[in-house]
Write a protein that binds this ligand. Structure first.
Ligand SMILES: [Zn+2]
Length: 256
C-alpha cells in the first residue's frame, strides 16, 4: 500500500474511532434555554428517545384548578415521609438530594408502595394552581419495584425561612466540592394540610416518560427570599412550561 494511502487509512480509522466515542456519549444535551436551541420546545427533536416530549398526550406540568377537580371520598394516597439520609448534588439541571436509604420514605398509591429515590427543585414552579405560579416547586420522586413513578409536587412561596432545608441550603454554593452525607426531616418539610390534586402525567424533563402518577399538594410550604435567591443564583430558570391537559381528569383528596 503506498505510503499516502496508509496515512489515509490511519486518519480514517482515527476518525471512525472518534465518531464511535461520540455515539457512545449521552443523548443530545438538553437545557431550559430556548435561544440555545435546546430548550423545552426543542426537547422532542433532540433525541428519538425524547419523542413523547413532543407527541405525548399526558405531559406535565399542567394548570391545576381546585374548583374543577373531582372530589372523591376514597383515600388513595398515604405519605410516609420522615427523616431521609442521602447526598445533595448539582446535576447541571437542578439541585437534587439522592436518597441513600430508599426504604425509609415512601408513598402508598392505590395500594402500591413507591419508595422515595430523590427530590429536587424547580424555579419558578412548573405546575400552576388556580391560575397562579409560585417562586419554586419541589418534586419528590418515588419508584415502585417495577420502576413506575409517583411524584409528589410541593409549591414553595416566599415567607419565613425554611428550617428543614436550612442545612442543605448552607451548602448550595459549595456543591462541586466533596460530597457529604446529609439528613433532612421530610416530615417537617411537608405542608400541614395533605389536601392534594392527583392526575396522570409525565416526567417534566427529557425523556418526558408518561405513566407518572402526580400528587400535587395544594398548600405551599415557605422559604425565605434569601433561600429562594440562593437557588436562583445557581438556576435562574429551570422549569418546563405548562402542557395541554387534553381533558385529563384531576382528582382532589386529602392524603394521609
Ligand atoms: Zn422535577
Amino acid at each position: 500500500m503506498p505510503r499516502f494511502q496508509r496515512a489515509y487509512v490511519a486518519i480514517l480509522a482515527a476518525w471512525t474511532l472518534s465518531l464511535g466515542a461520540l455515539a457512545e456519549e449521552k443523548p443530545a444535551h438538553w437545557s431550559y434555554n430556548e435561544r440555545a436551541g435546546s430548550g423545552p420546545s426543542h426537547w422532542g427533536a433532540l433525541d428519538s428517545d425524547n419523542r413523547l416530549c413532543k407527541t405525548g398526550l399526558q405531559q406535565s406540568p399542567i394548570a391545576l384548578h381546585t374548583r374543577e377537580a373531582q372530589r372523591l371520598a376514597e383515600r388513595d394516597v398515604t405519605l410516609h415521609f420522615g427523616s431521609a439520609k442521602g447526598e445533595l448534588v448539582n446535576n447541571g439541571h437542578t439541585i437534587q438530594f439522592n436518597v441513600a436509604d430508599a426504604a425509609a420514605n415512601a408513598v402508598t398509591y392505590k395500594g402500591d408502595n413507591y419508595a422515595l429515590t430523590q427530590f429536587h427543585f424547580h424555579t419558578p414552579s412548573e405546575h400552576h394552581l388556580n391560575g397562579k405560579t409560585f417562586p419554586m416547586e419541589m418534586h419528590l420522586v418515588n419508584k415502585d419495584s417495577s420502576g413506575r413513578l409517583t411524584v409528589v409536587g410541593v409549591f414553595i412561596k416566599q415567607g419565613s425561612k425554611n428550617d428543614a432545608l436550612a442545612r442543605l441550603w448552607d451548602r448550595l454554593s459549595a456543591l462541586d466540592t466533596a460530597q457529604k452525607a446529609e439528613e433532612v426531616d421530610l416530615g417537617a418539610l411537608m405542608p400541614a394540610s395533605h389536601e392534594a390534586l392527583l392526575y396522570a402525567g409525565s416526567l417534566t424533563t427529557p425523556p418526558c416518560s408518561e405513566d407518572v402518577n402526580w400528587i400535587v399538594m395544594v398548600q405551599p410550604i415557605e422559604m425565605s427570599g434569601q433561600q429562594i435567591q440562593a437557588f436562583q443564583k445557581l438556576f435562574r430558570n429551570n422549569h418546563r412550561p405548562i402542557q395541554r391537559d387534553h381533558g385529563r381528569r384531576v382528582v382532589e383528596e386529602a392524603a394521609m
